[in-house]
Design a protein around this ligand. Structure first.
Ligand code: HEM
Length: 361
């Protein structure tokens, strides 16, 4: 196989791949990138058992939450908690708390932490646990555009959070928050696995949602669509061009042929919503920002920012609604954005580039 520069600049590689208008392309030995929407959807839905059952959220292997029923029960309870929390959110009041100048995407995640805190760590949790939550968000999410920390510092941060988590779990307090839900559904797991699961919820609620808000705001303001009548279309279009969950991983369950390529058992399938969302077969002027394209669009679109099938995101609908409402509330304050240099930040999630948000009122 030719050696391909995927790891050097993944977004450029995916852009170039999408422009070729094919369906699959090797990233490297045993790693096939899928960017055909129908193939991707059918692999994620997995009716024919062509891939091993897997969720990027819950992970797999000996430390993962099993059986699947427990994952589903935890996901449902998490969703109910988010739903309940969002009922009491006043988006205009949240937007009013933003300073005249703020720096994004960090500010978006800080805003989401304010909103999500009671469901991540109920007010009855210890001050130490609240501080540990602040610290993990600051060191893992708000710092996305800072120089990476050294290994020692990272290990210390992990240890600190682990200790606070362990202490809080040991207190045995019954609270109606995600930590409580986690202990009820997954309390039998090793602490390492519990911390991973908890961190997954923190990254989803604060990181991913904050980044989705950041992208939506940046693109809408730059393209003069801030007072657009359908904010949800601004969010859909932002997540089309910059899907925060930009890659999903699956592995083949048996030797197979996918998109005309022969794959062996356990080959990695890298499903790329980023490339699918920029594929000229599905989208007119795929690289253009055009929220209008969502007008009257119905049916199954090649749009997969929340995955597909049994493992697709439980909070997709709520996330779209929340981000749309926050965007509308911020829009009412006359936002102007100014890029601060640098590009998007690529990790497990695709974070927007740094920008300043100026609010007039
Ligand atoms: C912009 C925000 C979000 C994005 C882009 C996103 C994206 C995704 C994606 C792509 C998956 C499927 C992963 C796969 O198939 O391997 C997923 C699953 C999941 N998401 Fe989200 N998510 C977001 C917000 C949230 C929030 C706020 C929650 C909080 C409850 C959440 C909870 C979950 C859960 C529990 C799953 C696992 C579903 C399963 O395997 O049964 N997500 N998410």
């Amino acid at each position: 196989l030719p050696s391909l520069p995927f790891d050097h600049d993944p977004l450029a590689w995916l852009d170039e791949t999408a422009a070729r208008a094919g369906s699959v392309r090797w990233i490297g030995p045993g790693r096939l990138c899928v960017y055909d929407a129908d193939i991707a959807r059918s692999l994620l839905v997995n009716d024919e058992g062509r891939v091993a059952d897997h969720s990027d959220f819950f992970g797999d292997g000996p430390t993962a939450l099993a059986p699947r029923d427990r994952q589903v029960a935890l996901a449902r309870e998490a969703l109910a908690l988010v739903q309940n929390r969002l009922r009491s959110i006043d988006c205009a009041a949240e937007a009013a708390r933003l300073e005249a100048r703020s720096e994004w995407p960090a500010e978006g995640s800080a805003l989401l932490l304010r909103i999500m805190r009671p469901l991540l760590a109920a007010p009855g949790r210890s001050p130490q646990f609240q501080a540990a939550l602040d610290h993990v968000v600051a060191s893992r999410i708000l710092s996305r555009h800072q120089a990476p920390k050294g290994a020692v510092r990272r290990a210390y941060d992990r240890f600190r959070f682990f200790r606070a988590f362990s202490r809080e779990a040991g207190l045995g307090r019954e609270e109606g928050d995600l930590l409580g839900a986690l202990l009820r559904h997954a309390g039998h797991l090793e602490e390492e696995a519990l911390v991973q699961l908890y961190a997954g919820f923190v990254f989803a609620t604060v990181g991913s949602v904050g980044f989705a808000l950041g992208w939506s705001l940046l693109l809408a303001a730059e393209h003069g669509r801030i007072l657009y009548p359908r904010p949800s279309h601004l969010v859909s279009e932002a997540l089309r061009l910059f899907p925060v969950a930009w890659l999903f991983e699956r592995s083949t369950a048996r030797p197979d042929e996918i998109g005309g390529e022969r794959v062996a058992r356990n080959d990695a399938l890298v499903i790329s919503p980023y490339a699918i969302h920029r594929h000229p077969a599905y989208w007119e002027e795929p690289l253009a920002y055009r929220p209008e394209r969502w007008q009257g669009r119905t049916g199954r679109t090649p749009w997969l920012p929340f995955g597909a099938g049994a493992h697709s995101c439980v909070a997709a609908g709520l996330t779209l609604e929340l981000v749309g409402n926050l965007l509308a509330a911020i829009s009412a304050r006359g936002p102007v954005v100014e890029r601060l240099g640098g590009g998007p930040s690529l990790g497990a999630a695709l974070a927007p580039p740094r920008f300043a948000l100026h609010l007039a009122r």
